[in-house]
Design a protein around this ligand. Structure first.
Ligand code: SPV
Ligand code: MG
Length: 303
């Protein structure tokens, strides 16, 4: 566990957006770890990650709804605000399609800037989106329409360092490499700070081919969920900017909660679990409960 605290992280001179920008632009491979609420954001920061992926799949699933814009964007914003408050490291928001047209994108981006989010990733599918691993041939918006959304996001941001990542779904939707490259060029020209090329193949061949053609025209972000067995070194060598580990805390939580609930139900007792699960003291520590006692000394009357 790294020695991080919300206090020390938020006091760094660079804004969260500037720190994410540095990660995206760094020659070294960077990593964003998924979180979906304030507590998981805190875990990710404590374990040493330099940035967070606020996953749409994970946030919506943790709310018990589908990754299909069922949670409204203001409901997502509420979750993001808790994450910013507890993380202290930059958060890249999974902005889905931008929650509508260019105008929704503008309002969403302004709100993300106001709440201290470091960047947004928007994808070139149609609203309401559905998760990329579901169904074939999901419809895309035109290149022109999506380029307009990127320009709208860049024009709307109120922090110059806020990052706009353009996510290409052409490979996911079966449109092939030439279309993916064409889209990357258009989104780059429209001002995207980075391209996220998504793939649902079980090998990395597709995204490696994309990177080979794309070269070093701008940072490229990948999400190795389906091609998870490819060694990370391969991505580093190919010159990718950033890897997103997109949903693993949500999936780990689901397994742990399922196993715990099942065991308690079957045992009709919690005795066997006590040594396996986080202590109540650890929960108090994670949310800095002791700080209240310190503050009480400063702010409450002595008697
Ligand atoms: C998410 O984490 O919500 C993503 C990544 O968008 S994926 O689920 O792979 O599409
Ligand atoms: Mg998503």
């Amino acid at each position: 566990m790294s020695n991080t605290s919300v206090e020390s992280n938020t006091n760094l001179t660079l804004s969260a957006a500037a720190r994410l920008r540095a990660l995206l632009q760094s020659k070294d491979l960077s990593f964003l770890m998924e979180a979906h609420n304030g507590l998981t954001a805190r875990v990710v920061a404590e374990e040493g990650f330099e940035g967070i992926w606020a996953s749409g799949l994970s946030i919506s699933s943790s709310l018990g709804v589908r990754d299909r814009n069922e949670a409204s964007w203001t409901q997502v914003l509420e979750v993001l605000e808790f994450m910013v408050d507890s993380a202290g490291i930059p958060i890249l928001v999974d902005g889905d399609t931008g929650h509508g047209d260019f105008n929704n994108v503008r309002r969403f981006v302004r709100k993300l800037c106001q709440r201290g989010l470091a960047g947004v990733c928007i994808e070139d599918k149609q609203f309401p989106k559905t998760n990329s691993f579901l169904s074939e041939k999901q419809p895309l918006v035109s290149i022109e329409e999506f380029a307009g959304k990127i320009r709208a996001a860049q024009d709307a941001k109120t922090d110059d360092n806020f990052n706009v990542v353009a996510r290409i779904e052409a490979l996911i939707s079966g449109h092939g490499m030439p279309e993916a490259i064409k889209r990357a060029e258009a989104y780059h020209a429209a001002g995207a700070d980075a391209i996220l090329i998504h793939s649902k193949r079980s090998t990395a061949s597709e995204i490696l081919e994309f990177k080979e053609i794309w070269g070093d025209r701008g940072p490229v972000v990948i999400v190795p969920t389906k091609y998870s067995s490819t060694p990370t070194e391969v991505f580093a060598k190919a010159g990718f900017s950033t890897i997103i580990w997109a949903n693993h805390n949500l999936r780990a939580s689901l397994s742990a909660v399922r196993a715990t609930t099942r065991q308690i139900y079957n045992d009709r007792s919690v005795a066997a679990l006590e040594s396996e699960i986080a202590t109540v003291e650890e929960v108090f520590r994670m949310v800095e409960t002791a700080e209240i006692d310190e503050a009480s000394k400063r702010y409450l009357p002595a008697n």
